[in-house]
Design a protein around this ligand. Structure first.
Ligand code: AGP
Length: 610
């Protein structure tokens, strides 16, 4: 999952600074190497290197390139090591065509040996380079005709931008599986993997669909299909501001996004709760009361943190609507044989709305006759556009690779969905009003939970050099243990495991000694007493215990070495509060270990390849 950007203008503006600034905003998508190519008077000039966009900017300062049309790329390496040689853009044998790509070409090896067989010389180990040689080899009077001809041989996913030295000012774009949008300016046009890269220039964007080819020139753009028939695509307005993607004084986006959660939970709830009737208003769901009442089972498909939110969602939906819920790893579900069962609703949970496995799992569920809804943060993303209905989180752009505010908003949205389904499946008014009231209190309680930060920072100093960590929880807070472990793993590189507390006795208890921090998620709920006995088992083996428990819950005494107390709320909603100290702990441990919190190694924000 790389980031691509392109610009073509009438010459009033230089392309290079626009591309570099946009690339910087796309860096959360991959940061192994960066590069750009510009059209100069008669040629294409490329600059690229292994490493960050800042390095490319410095390279350009040393050897500047001028031109009003260019393409650029920041890479997350899949095929070929993260080296300067493998960095994009890639050029053809005569260096007349340049290309940047986000995705994976599955039949690259076969294409490469065929092209090498006809005399093409390859300079990299990447799958992408086959595309530019294929275009060089393809018939057609125009670049777009040659791109269409070339793509006819390709199996895989791609979002590409292509330029030729022989067609000044033109950029050809194609989409199959990877997100690509166009930016509409005045006598200038943009292409990008997402809107954050071009927002400072325009709010008007066109989302491309799979199979679309777009042709940009300084004075116009059009979209065609593979038969060159013109396709009409809506121009949408981006609603969020640049501010949302600035650090605004925070040291890291993750820190900012953790601190934003009182507001982001509030905006997920905004206009969706009717307290006195105890109902949720979810207009985008596109599920009539009759259709809702006909739901017999629910399948949730997701990956990573979104999968953890799905596990919490199962508890909420089953408790409020009595509809059985299964939660599936999307990457596993998509290759399993789907059993067509009438009355099945599939929920695809994804912050980015572009995660390839979740998208394909959603498509597989639909193919098996299921209705599909999306629970998504990024407006206009593919999962949002392809689902039958859905719920937008309205949590604003999430830039930090480690997901935080999206998780608490996902659970908030699942609370609303539970209320909505419960209302159609006989949940009594009092219970609905109670839960609606508890949902409405969440922003204040989240703000209060964030006040634990100073205590968490002290704790982080004690755990910053721990080799491992174990997170334990029960019931609706078992997924929080998984999430806490994932946060610590992905940004501090400390090996951590989340486990159901009772399951610990069946193996992981062997890991426990005085060096093993054991973090218990133990709010005062219906399984609290059971969690306390698990704590006693850990204490008996000399483990170091941190307990996330509830304000006013006094009876842990000396059982835990450290206690962090979150405000009380409905137990189904408690994960929204209990996860916050774990987000903060991972953040401060990573900072103390000098890790790159927003750009953790080997990771990227949106996984658009399989
Ligand atoms: C979480 O911190 C990770 N960035 C990752 O596990 C993420 O949750 C996963 O890739 C799913 O992303 P999505 O919600 O955008 O689909």
């Amino acid at each position: 999952m790389c980031g691509i950007i392109g610009y073509t203008g009438d010459g009033r503006r230089e392309a290079a600074p626009i591309l570099i600034a946009g690339l910087g905003r796309l860096e959360y998508r991959g940061y192994d190497s960066a590069g750009l190519a510009l059209q100069t008077e008669h040629d294409l000039v490329t600059r690229k290197l292994a490493g960050r966009v800042a390095g490319l900017q410095a390279l350009l300062a040393r050897s500047p390139v001028h031109g009003a049309t260019g393409i650029a790329h920041t890479r997350w390496a899949t095929h070929g090591a993260p080296t300067t040689r493998n960095a994009h853009p890639h050029v053809d044998c005569r260096e007349r065509i340049a290309l940047v790509h986000n995705g994976i070409i599955e039949n690259a090896d076969a294409l490469r040996s065929a092209l090498e067989g006809t005399g093409h010389t390859f300079g990299t180990e990447t799958d992408t380079e086959t595309l530019v040689h294929l275009i060089e080899d393809s018939p057609g009077d125009t670049l777009e005709a040659r791109v269409i001809a070339a793509l006819g041989h390709v199996v895989g996913t791609y979002g590409i931008a292509v330029m030729s030295a022989d067609e000044p000012g033109k950029i050809v774009v194609a989409r199959q599986g990877s997100p690509v949008l166009l930016g509409i300016g005045e006598d200038e046009y943009f292409v990008a993997s997402d809107a954050s890269a071009i927002l400072e220039h325009t709010r008007s964007v066109v989302h491309l669909d799979d199979g679309d080819i777009a042709v940009l020139t300084p004075d116009a753009y059009h979209v065609i299909d593979r038969e060159s028939h013109v396709q009409l695509r809506a121009v949408n307005d981006v609603t969020w501001d640049l501010d949302a993607i600035e650090l605004n004084g925070y040291a890291h986006f993750m820190q900012k996004e953790i601190a934003e959660q009182p507001d982001t939970v509030r905006s997920t709830l905004r206009g969706r709760l009717v307290l006195d009737e105890g109902i949720a208003r979810l207009n985008g769901l596109n599920l009539s009361p009759t259709e809702c009442a006909a739901i017999r089972r629910i399948t949730i498909v997701a990956c990573g943190t979104s999968w953890h939110a799905g596990l919490v969602g199962r508890h909420i939906i089953e408790a409020l609507s009595q509809i059985p819920v299964t939660v599936e790893y999307a990457s596993e579900y998509r290759y399993r044989r789907q059993l067509a069962q009438p009355g099945t609703l599939t929920i695809a949970i994804s912050q980015s709305g572009e995660t390839a496995d979740t998208l394909e799992a959603m498509r597989a569920a639909r193919a098996a006759g299921s209705r599909v809804i999306g629970l998504v943060n990024v407006v206009g993303s593919t999962i949002a556009r392809e689902s039958d209905g859905g719920i937008y989180l309205h949590a604003g752009p999430e830039i930090g690779v480690a997901s935080t505010k999206a998780f608490t908003s996902q659970i908030t949205a699942l609370g609303l969905l539970g209320l909505y389904l419960g209302n159609e499946h006989g949940l009594p008014l009092e219970e609905r009003q109670e839960l609606a009231c508890r949902l409405a209190q969440l922003p204040t309680l989240v703000a209060r939970t964030l006040e634990l930060e100073p205590q968490v920072r002290v704790l982080a100093e004690q755990f910053a050099h721990a080799p491992n960590a174990l997170y334990l929880g029960r019931g609706v807070n078992f997924p929080v243990a998984l999430e806490g472990a994932l946060k610590l793993k992905e940004i501090s590189y400390i090996h951590a495991e989340g486990y159901p507390a009772a399951e610990m006795k069946h193996g992981p208890i062997a890991l426990i000694d005085a060096n093993m921090p054991v973090i218990f998620v133990a709010p005062a709920d219906e399984v609290y007493a059971k969690v306390v006995s698990n704590m006693q088992e850990v204490r008996a083996r000399g483990g170091r215990i941190v307990a996330i428990t509830t304000e006013g819950n006094g009876d842990l005494g000396t059982l835990a070495d450290h206690q962090l107390r979150v405000p009380a709320t409905a137990s189904l909603l408690s994960p929204i509060l209990t996860v916050i100290p774990l987000q903060l702990l991972a953040y401060h441990v990573a900072v103390l270990r000098g890790c790159d919190v927003d750009r953790p190694r080997n990771l990227a924000k949106s996984v658009t390849v399989e």
